[in-house]
Ligand binder design. Structure first.
Ligand code: MG
Length: 341
């Protein structure tokens, strides 16, 4: 198998604000794995908070190249991923880009979608939230208007006054809200007051209220909150799930955190066993990464796969959106096309 890659700068339609920073672009790296004329694509999306640089990612991909050259179809993607884990304990996005490309390749060789490879049912509910970053009232109003086709909004919170933020949103929309605090809260008593008030405001869930090391506070809030508390930054991989037991009601699973589809599926299975809610999310990736994650959409309790709608230069075609729903196509693999490389 021949691995090649192509760094690419994804540009947002609007500057994207989250608790702590605002950015206009996201570095991504596309991978391509070719075997016997079949081509599989993958993506390593690198938002700065992930802590994985372009240099680290390309260095890892260069290191993985000779190993992949020794692989051929049929192969065990899980075993290949175990070998990649041995090469470097970090670089999860780079590993995900290989995992996604291998799944895409396998699907194309077998002429089946990844969801068929995993014997998953057709999804009934594919409503995705549309994410709205932290912004001025005027910009929020504009973004809510642009999100009119979506029936759930996900807002980035963790501001000095999240009550005011929700009040501002409520001037323009009464849609259900997912509130992503991005570790922005510090005080557990205040967080419970907010959670109770959010409940009255038709907020559906709260994501990552506290910094990663405040697990006790998270457990305290989860026990008392009328809304589910979802882990994002606190959970990267399968092995993290047992460490947070009791501290959250569910997990936001993202391919860039967990090294790809093979491990994401194991996380889904473990969440089911632990009675944890399954939230399928994404970083800022294009239609390549999101179309991969969308293959597991029938397993999700909550979905946030709208990232391509926020981009102005997505070089891939894949999932589409209609009336706030994610629409999968019938193409094999992860269901994407590109003319990029
Ligand atoms: Mg989040």
């Amino acid at each position: 198998m021949e691995l090649s890659y192509h760094p690419f700068l994804l540009e947002y339609k609007h500057p994207f604000g989250v608790s702590g920073n605002t950015r206009t672009q996201t570095q991504t790296v596309y991978t391509k794995i070719v075997w016997d004329g079949f081509v599989g694509y993958g993506e390593a999306c690198l938002p700065p908070y992930l802590g994985e640089t372009l240099e680290q990612t390309t260095a890892f991909l260069n290191k993985a190249k000779p190993f992949l050259q020794q692989q051929s179809y049929p192969c065990s993607i899980k075993e290949i991923l175990m070998e990649l884990d041995e090469m470097d304990e970090h670089c999860n996005a780079a590993k995900a880009s290989i995992d996604i490309a291998l799944h895409d390749l396998k699907g194309k060789i077998e002429n089946r979608s990844v969801r068929e490879l995993y014997r998953l049912n057709t999804a009934e509910n594919t409503l995705t939230a549309c994410t709205i970053g932290i912004d001025s009232e005027e910009k929020l109003k504009q973004k809510i208007e642009e999100a009119k086709d979506f029936s759930i909004l996900k807002i980035k919170a963790g501001t000095d006054d999240d009550r005011k933020l929700v009040q501002t949103i409520r001037k323009y929309s009464d849609k259900p809200l997912y509130v992503d605090v991005n570790r922005g809260w510090k005080d557990k008593n205040k967080s419970l007051e907010l959670a109770q008030w959010f409940k009255e405001q038709n907020v559906v869930l709260i994501e990552q209220p506290f910094p990663v090391d405040q697990l006790d506070d998270s457990a305290w809030l989860t026990e008392r909150s009328p809304l589910p508390i979802i882990a994002d930054e606190s959970i990267k991989r399968l092995s993290d799930i047992t460490k947070i037991k009791g501290a959250f009601s569910g997990i936001n699973i993202k391919l860039m955190k967990c090294t790809g589809l093979a491990e994401a599926f194991q996380m889904i299975e473990l969440c089911k066993a632990f009675d944890l809610k399954i939230f399928l999310g994404c970083m800022a990736e294009s239609s390549c990464g999101t179309s991969a994650m969308a293959q597991f959409i029938s397993c999700a309790d909550f979905i946030d796969l709208d990232a391509p709608t926020l981009l102005k230069n997505d070089p891939f075609l894949g999932i589409t959106y209609s009336n706030g729903k994610v629409i999968l196509n019938d193409k094999p693999g992860i269901g994407v096309t590109t003319s990029l490389f």
